[in-house]
Design a protein around this ligand. Sequence first.
Ligand SMILES: Cc1cc2nc3c(=O)[nH]c(=O)nc-3n(C[C@H](O)[C@H](O)[C@H](O)COP(=O)(O)OP(=O)(O)OC[C@H]3O[C@@H](n4cnc5c(N)ncnc54)[C@H](O)[C@@H]3O)c2cc1C
Length: 443
Amino acid sequence: MGQVVTVVGGGLAGSECALQLARRGLGVRLCEQRPAKASPAHHGALLAELVCSNSLKSTKPDSAAGLLKWELGLMGSELLEVARTCAVPAGGALAVDRDRFSAAVTERVESSPLIEVVREEVTSIPEGPCVIAAGPLCSDALFSAIAERVGGERMSFYDAAAPIVDADSLDRSVVFEQSRYGGEGAGDYLNCPMGREEYDAFMEALLSAERVIARDFEQADLFCACQPVEEVARTGHDSLRFGAMKPVGLVDPRTGRRPWAAVQLRAESASRAAYNLVGFQTNLTWPEQRRVFRMIPGLGEAEFLRYGVMHRNSFVDTPHTLDATFAIPGTRARLAGQITGTEGYVEAIASGLLAALNMAAELAGCEPVRLPATGALGSLVAYATDPQTTGYQPMHVNFGLFPPLENPPRNKAERRAALAERGRADLAAYVGSRPDLFAGAAR
Ligand SMILES: Cc1cc2nc3c(=O)[nH]c(=O)nc-3n(C[C@H](O)[C@H](O)[C@H](O)COP(=O)(O)OP(=O)(O)OC[C@H]3O[C@@H](n4cnc5c(N)ncnc54)[C@H](O)[C@@H]3O)c2cc1C
């Protein structure tokens, strides 16, 4: 065997990365700490375990998640191919039988003659070319080693975030712009007014919704500092009406009266393309967030750019720490997957693929990968590696990250279709221009 690349972490990013490197004739030493050392969210020993939902999101060609899948197909993703063979019915989404998926990925990795799977924890940055894909629950020793290298202030350890919704998906006939008591900054806040019956039904759904099981590791420093919205609701039927959902200082323009309760949405950026649900950090599972929070008036069709999370989430401040290929400057180590702050199963697969391409290019002395920023993955990479990005937070692919169209159609569906079409054309042209990386890639 010639060159050997060490890949740390046999999750989604690490498994994809290992298979892609092997496909390019490189030897791989894939180190996975399970089963000897369990992660707080993983349950078994199989590679590519899906830690929560079994959904890999939309397959619709004009959605950002659907476009990402198309891009992965074009670039020859191994895990996406496996996922399609393990699909279960899920409407316009790709959902998989999680056990079959992980078993099939494990089988594919273990049967590769170029991949050696080593079941051990890695506690320092390996010598030689390596890809660290140890995920949001990276072991403490390795995370400390990375922190030592990039600077501890450039690392995040914990994530308690409220969901973020796409501004275009809000029902503007219901939500209204207003700061409390008509104060400054109207437009930075949108309000979703609730009547009494709507509030009662919402409380019932919130209290009975399925939660991610709080694990010992999460409870200690979390719940006193920042209560999940469903835990606040549990303290009393009106607790939220006197807390995150208080209606004081608001007047619903449709009725001229104060609503019974209100959810406030705060703009995520100056462009107001996305809003977060103020005070709605939550432990609900992602499908339940979609179901329950869509009961909020004005959010019936809400598209979630990011779900609320409350778990340990170790990620580096990529824009200010890694180079444009996600490498730690001055080392032969590249990061991939959620540890770089790109969030979501399919995003992790994509990140693993990209790390393999960049590693293969580096070892072959070729140009690094420069994906067009007009695509789903390219725009996420541009966001994650742009030093101008401030307040870096984990992010899914979404159209809000795409550069605007020159002449955008007014109609939202047409605008998305045009964005997706431009993305597909640009990526196809790029892939065609790099036979050194992609020859015979499409799956
Ligand atoms: C609680 C929770 C729920 C989530 N729910 C969803 C969801 O429903 N949908 C979704 O799209 N995304 C979800 N995510 C995000 C999800 O984790 C990522 O999208 C995805 O799994 C990240 O892939 P990854 O390859 O980066 O990490 P992982 O898939 O977590 O893989 C990392 C691997 O590295 C191993 N490892 C860690 N440290 C070491 C070490 N030092 N040495 C060797 N091996 C090591 C781990 O055991 C693990 O197998 C969730 C995340 C968490 C934490």
